[in-house]
Ligand binder design. Structure first.
Ligand code: CA
Length: 224
């Protein structure tokens, strides 16, 4: 899953990024309101973590513009201020959750999990298909009691396929979700990671296969 962090305090932003990436999320950072808004308007993200006090454009205005632009991505607002008026204002502007700094990292991650589940995703912590399951906390691919550790990119690719199971996942979507809009990643990268995942599925003796559909993308299929 891809998350956007809009936060001007660099230490805080980097800290949140490290915390989230350890849990297998991919993150992009924006350090002011304008670039946060530009990023958010791409519609690429599964969650936006948005500070209120930001240079160029404050968080409430970013949120307002995102919602006006039809972006329904869940938004968690962060603020150093804890007054009730701020909280109400944030929720009035369409925020989905609100956290006052400083906060406990465990609580932060629990809320991130809750918000990313709400985004039209299946209500399962560990997505599964056929005889396999993806352990999101340990970044492992599991079949029964057998487990294989996935690298961060492998995990992201597999997660994207599992969350869009029963449909063809375009290569361009995988590229954007895993490598980002402005990345130099070529479609070849995707193919490489798909082949790593196929090897791991075989190693687990799984009945799941990743099929390539020419000029379209990939999809998961259970082999009889
Ligand atoms: Ca700030």
């Amino acid at each position: 899953m891809r998350l956007l962090i809009v936060e001007d305090e660099q230490g805080m932003a980097e800290g949140l990024r490290a915390l989230l990436e350890k849990q297998g999320y991919v993150t992009d950072l924006a350090f002011d309101g304008d670039s946060g808004l530009d990023n958010g308007l791409t519609g690429l993200y599964d969650l936006i973590i948005l500070d209120i006090m930001l240079p160029k454009r404050d968080g409430l205005s970013v949120l307002e513009e995102l919602r006006r632009g039809g972006i329904e991505t869940p938004v968690m607002m962060l603020t150093a201020r804890s007054s009730v008026t701020d909280r109400i204002q944030g929720l009035d502007h369409g925020a989905d959750d609100y956290l006052t700094k400083p906060f406990d990292t465990g609580e932060f991650l629990a809320r991130v999990r809750a918000l990313t589940r709400r985004n039209g995703m299946p209500l399962e912590d560990d997505p599964s298909f056929g005889d396999i399951r993806l352990d999101r906390r340990k970044l492992e691919l599991c079949r029964g009691s057998e487990r294989l550790r996935l690298g961060p990119k492998e995990f992201q690719v597999m997660e994207c396929l599992l969350m869009n199971k029963n449909q063809i996942v375009p290569r361009s979507l995988l590229c954007e979700k895993v490598w980002g809009l402005l990345s130099e990643a070529e479609y070849n990268n995707v193919e490489v990671y798909i082949s790593f995942l196929r090897k791991k599925l075989r190693a687990l003796h799984s009945n799941v296969q990743i099929l390539s559909i020419r000029n379209a993308g990939y999809h998961l299929e259970v082999q009889p």
